[in-house]
Design a protein around this ligand. Structure first.
Ligand code: GDP
Ligand code: IMO
Ligand code: MG
Length: 429
């Protein structure tokens, strides 16, 4: 047997609630220690906010490590790529002095989101009796095409004639479906619309799995960035009020093309309270007054759609479930500072459903809709945490709150975020 190749480290960052946990902030903080940052699923439905110096940027397609110069940024096969959005974002970054063009790569195996997928998304929502409240970014229809074996991949678009043929067939399929939905088939657009920026793809197309495997073999450090959150996972989330991809850590290996044994650690991101945008149950929702209060304090408006996020108490039933589903090795808690003024805080430690006690997150959304949280109350700290840079800087009641999240979440807290900026963070223990 030969000597083992040197091996780097591979960390997954995964959202553990309904998205918008602050993954962009956490990835940006960790990216300083990484060589490669790769998105593994989702598309432009994601809105990841990064706030560094004068930059306050919402990234939809480009990985959140991009503001660190020289880091390799990749989009894996599990991502669905909106080509216009992607190049628009790259151009926008270049205008702000962030030159990412030469260090970004997209998997040739990734599927593409075309204007006709967006038209289908909007038309399906308009026609649906039970609306999901999607972001309208074409995500569901693009993943449906993928699993239906009708999708168009980056590799197809590298050959103009082949790409035009496959897109033409996609548009025909979409026009038919739009008619069935009672929508205007012309909203599917033309092949030319769909392929307007395809000529820029050869410069960025790559084999992401191969790149990551080589980076790890060379002793480099790789971060796999999740989008959305565990409760929006198509298998493990609050189905059907979910997105159309595997957001959970298992999706990371599949979504970039490495084996699960290559992953060393999984850090789950949780907000210090809970939010949800789009439809579907939120068992620990605040009452109306508190909902508005926290939305204002935490600026809880969707980074992609601008919709108000519903807010609630920290849900430890979901946190424990997420910890198990993702195999968390660590937890990053964000937005602790948003709770600084509250006299007391609640944590949902169980549910009562039809009078019975439940400690497990239910599989069926109808049960979750009837779930009444069982709360534990903790005292607030009522002092600012935004300047804290070590756990010892935090007020004792804030530490006790975090300790309870750690106990109930079943993994150690490895990071606490106390503001939007890169510097506003407590790292390690
Ligand atoms: P993501 O989708 O998980 O990346 O999260 P979003 O960017 O959609 O939403 C998180 C929001 O919270 C953004 O506006 C961030 O700037 C902000 N944020 C992140 N961490 C903190 C924090 O610790 N404190 C405060 N006040 N805001 C934060
Ligand atoms: P990030 O990565 C929060 C929600 C939508 C809707 C459901 C399905 O920023 O955390 P889709 O457009 O994916 O078909 O919508 O999922 N959703 C998100 N909610 N954060 C996100 O991403 C989301 N991406 C999708 O609101 O309820
Ligand atoms: Mg977001």
């Amino acid at each position: 047997m030969g000597a083992r190749a040197p091996s780097g480290a591979c960390t997954v960052i995964v959202g553990c609630q309904w998205g918008d946990e602050g993954k962009g902030k956490v990835v940006d903080v960790l990216a300083g220690d990484m060589d490669v940052i790769a998105r593994y699923q989702g598309g432009a439905n994601a809105g990841h906010t990064v706030h560094v110096g004068e930059h306050h940027i919402v990234l939809h397609q480009v990985p959140s490590g991009v503001l660190h110069p020289e880091k390799r940024c990749l989009l894996g096969n599990g991502v669905v790529l909106d080509v216009d959005q992607f190049f628009g974002e790259l151009d926008g970054l270049a205008e702000r002095g962030v030159d990412a063009g030469g260090r970004i790569g997209i998997s040739t195996r990734a599927h593409v989101v075309f204007p006709y997928h967006k038209a289908l998304d909007v038309a399906a929502e308009a026609a649906a009796r039970r609306k999901i409240g999607t972001t309208g970014r074409g995500i569901g229809p693009a993943y449906e095409a993928k699993t239906g074996r009708r999708g168009v991949r980056i590799a197809d678009l590298l050959d103009r004639a082949r790409g035009a043929d496959r897109v033409g067939r996609g548009i025909e399929w979409a026009r038919e479906r739009l008619r069935q939905l009672g929508a205007d088939p012309d909203t599917a657009g033309t092949v030319e619309d769909s392929l307007a920026l395809a000529h820029r793809l050869p410069a960025v197309a790559t084999d992401v799995g191969d790149e990551i495997a080589r980076a790890l073999a060379a002793g480099k450090r790789v971060l796999l960035e999740g989008a959305q959150g565990t409760a929006l996972d198509v298998d493990h989330g609050t189905y059907p009020y979910v997105t159309s991809s595997n957001t959970t850590a298992g999706g990371a290996a599949v979504g970039v093309g490495i084996g699960p044994t290559a992953i060393d650690s999984v850090v789950g991101v949780v907000k210090a309270y809970t939010t949800r945008v789009g439809n579907g149950p939120l068992p620990s929702a605040f009452d109306a007054g508190m909902d508005e209060h926290i939305r204002e304090l935490g600026a809880e408006f969707g980074a992609t759609t601008g919709r108000p996020r519903r807010c609630g108490w920290f849900d430890a039933v979901l946190a424990a479930y997420s910890s198990r589903v993702n195999g968390l090795t660590g937890i990053a808690v964000t937005k602790l500072d948003v709770l600084d003024t509250l006299p007391e805080l609640k944590i949902a430690t169980g549910y009562r459903i039809d009078g019975d006690a439940h400690s497990l997150f239910p599989a069926c959304v109808r049960e979750l809709e009837r779930a009444e949280p069982v709360y534990e109350t903790l005292p607030g700290w009522q002092s600012p945490t935004t300047e804290a840079r070590a756990m010892s800087d935090l007020p004792p009641n804030a530490r006790a709150y975090l300790h309870r999240i750690e106990e109930l979440g079943g993994a150690p807290i490895v990071m606490v975020s106390v503001g939007t900026r890169r510097s506003q963070v407590i790292r390690g223990r």
